[in-house]
Design a protein around this ligand. Sequence first.
Ligand SMILES: C[S@@+](CC[C@H](N)C(=O)[O-])C[C@H]1O[C@@H](n2cnc3c(N)ncnc32)[C@H](O)[C@@H]1O
Length: 259
Amino acid sequence: MRIDVITLFPEFIDVCARVGVVGRARARGLIEIAMWNPRDFATDNYRSADDRCYGGGPGVVMMIDPLRKALDSARKASGSAQGKAIYLSPQGTRLDQAKVEALARRDHLILLCGRYEGVDERFIEHAVEEEISIGDYVLSGGELAAAILIDAVGRLQEGVLHDAQSASQDSFSDGLLDCPHYTRPERHEWGEVPAVLTSGDHAAIARWRRKQSLGRTWLRRPDLLARLELDPKQRALLDEFRREHEGKTTRDRDSGSGE
Ligand SMILES: C[S@@+](CC[C@H](N)C(=O)[O-])C[C@H]1O[C@@H](n2cnc3c(N)ncnc32)[C@H](O)[C@@H]1O
């Protein structure tokens, strides 16, 4: 996969492209990341890539032409003349795992990071394929949002994760939250690892994990559960979790520890 990023602050993206899972993938040639700074395409001595808002008011807006030239250069360098950009924007469709999986299947992404008041609307209308938001809050720039997208799609590329199964067991991949995880020590003053996980019984472990996954989703994200059609086995596991949970809540209340 190739990802071109149009940004006034390539340093932000550079960190994400050099460290961790994405950094390793890049070093192994599994992902190519290139950055394009609109200031490099400015035509004045001040390397201006932004100007005041028409109509007055505070702040400045990113100008069309430096962005357009940066986009053309990204397209040329990638060898795909048609690529439109994804604009990271608080006004876009909210990013979720289904969207990440769809984007991860593409060979090429061009990400546009806004700054200031944002980008001239005409650029969005003519050169942007879609707008993606990472949540209902406003960042000072699109670089952190782009870094999130790069990380999320990068880890899904074939050969990037050591264990391909780990991504398929993560939260959201099957519509549920992941189960809890434990590591050494087995006994600690803050509790013991559930006995089933040290039993060596793989079928029992898989069953426990499915039950926890269903139960956590029921407790924390009922909206996700409402979107799923549970099969009879899943329904039985969830009922079991709910009975155990209700039993524990009652015991906690009776012993006063739930207060
Ligand atoms: C200060 S914001 C501009 C906000 C814009 N005036 C608005 O209210 O819609 C500057 C840039 O940060 C990025 N940004 C801010 N919040 C974001 C979010 N939730 N998701 C993705 N990008 C975001 C966008 O690229 C945006 O152009």
